[in-house]
Design a protein around this ligand. Sequence first.
Ligand SMILES: C[S@@+](CC[C@H](N)C(=O)[O-])C[C@H]1O[C@@H](n2cnc3c(N)ncnc32)[C@H](O)[C@@H]1O
Length: 266
Amino acid sequence: MASISNPAKTSGSPAALPSDELARRIAELGEWFHNLDLHGVQTAPKHFLGDFPNIKWKHIQEAIPEDLTGATVLDIGCNGGFYSIQMKQRGAKHVLGIDIDDRYLEQARFAAETLGVEIEFQKLSVYGIDEIAGEFDYVFFMGVFYHLRYPLYALDRVIKKIRGKLVFQTMIRGSEDVEQWRENYSFWETKMFSDPSFPAMYFIEKSYSNDRTNWWIPNRAAVEGMLRSSGLEIVAHPESETWVCLPGPVKRDGIFIVDRELNGTF
Ligand SMILES: C[S@@+](CC[C@H](N)C(=O)[O-])C[C@H]1O[C@@H](n2cnc3c(N)ncnc32)[C@H](O)[C@@H]1O
């Protein structure tokens, strides 16, 4: 199990607040991105994506064992805690949710406390993930990749924390076709770059969906290529934007890919 510095644990005791008081506390915590059901009170009933992320989870949940007794979980970009809570409710021994946003962390702490589940939430960026000791049986890296200016750098760091499985989700745009591309192309071959199914990431210079942190949006082939290139084996694709992966050859000659790249020894 990973040992964590500076823990901020939730109490584990369900708060028996009446619904109107619960609704007031939920509203006080600002706008929620996760629609959680806190004893019958919804935290984001008007979410623009519908009942989010339940609409995703209903496809993903079967790719993860129902009984997670003894498992350790890292939830990167945990937001209001939806995935952390799901994993804890399946019996995980230790769940750590990290995020850079205090508002979301406060929401997640409140939700976990209200539901009576003990989860550790910590303010930490994915780029600082090396500060967390050890590896985890499940690493959730959902909905963060496209918000990063340095997405592969982050993914190559996340790799270091996976003992069991990675559950990865990103927004995708463009072609969802998957083709078998060749091992190599000559300098003079350029036709494939105009094929919409060739691996590609769209760079958003200004804004997409009114969010200036949507930097890179890959097509499906690029996602799968990057996961494989980072040393992961794709074992499930439970819905169009989500992949479940096992760590494979994440090191080259005993050194993690990210360290080789940074040391200039690739
Ligand atoms: C679109 S939400 C996804 C939330 C949740 N993981 C999900 O899939 O429903 C993106 C989350 O990533 C967080 N985030 C953005 N950049 C991050 C970073 N560098 N490290 C950790 N979390 C980050 C945001 O604060 C936000 O909570």
